[in-house]
Design a protein around this ligand. Structure first.
Ligand code: ZN
Length: 177
């Protein structure tokens, strides 16, 4: 028999606990995303209308315009896809730490395409910072309540952290030191 070193581990459910700030960040990013989807639909719709129009009123640089339009549409769709998967979905899963950098990058890039969604992402990014801290403190709180640091009352069996009080608050029995 050899002693296996036990590293205190925090369960996934606690390390990915959803926090109040995380919920705010989720809402902000969702609204930013919806605004961008609407904006993207307008851009792609406008381009489609323009190409439909130019089919009846051809002009010399149509092919260049079509290629430009397809590239712009592809960038819009890719951008929205990354914003959804790397920022919004991670926030929803409570992966605030992983969502931070993508949310910041998407927020800065969004400022060039539309001010309001960009600002929403950046406030969401600031909220993610608080969310990560809240998650860490709840994880630390959990670690403080591992069985080794708990003591059961001999009188009523209620469990308290060691050093919680000299006497059991429930039944008054003297607690073990
Ligand atoms: Zn007791």
């Amino acid at each position: 028999m050899s002693a296996v070193p036990v590293t205190p581990s925090v369960p996934w459910t606690v390390s990915h606990a959803r926090t109040t700030s995380g919920g705010t960040a989720e809402t902000l990013v969702l609204v930013g995303l919806i605004l961008q989807v609407l904006g993207g639909a307008l851009v792609i719709g406008g381009l489609t209308w323009f190409f439909g129009y130019s089919a009846f009123h051809p002009f010399p640089f149509l092919w260049a315009a079509i290629i430009g339009g397809v590239v712009v549409s592809a960038i819009v769709v890719l951008f929205l896809y990354f914003a959804y998967t790397l920022s919004y979905q991670r926030i929803r899963r409570g992966e605030y730490e992983a969502a931070r950098t993508p949310t910041l990058v998407i927020g800065i890039l969004s400022l060039f395409a539309g001010l309001i969604p960009g600002i929403l992402y950046l406030i969401g990014y600031a909220k993610l910072d608080s969310a990560v801290r809240e998650q860490q403190s709840s994880a630390t709180g959990y670690a403080a309540f591992t069985p080794g640091s708990l003591v059961a009352c001999k009188g009523c069996g209620r469990v308290y952290p060691i050093g919680h009080s000299a006497f059991c608050p429930a039944c008054g029995q003297k607690m073990a030191a």
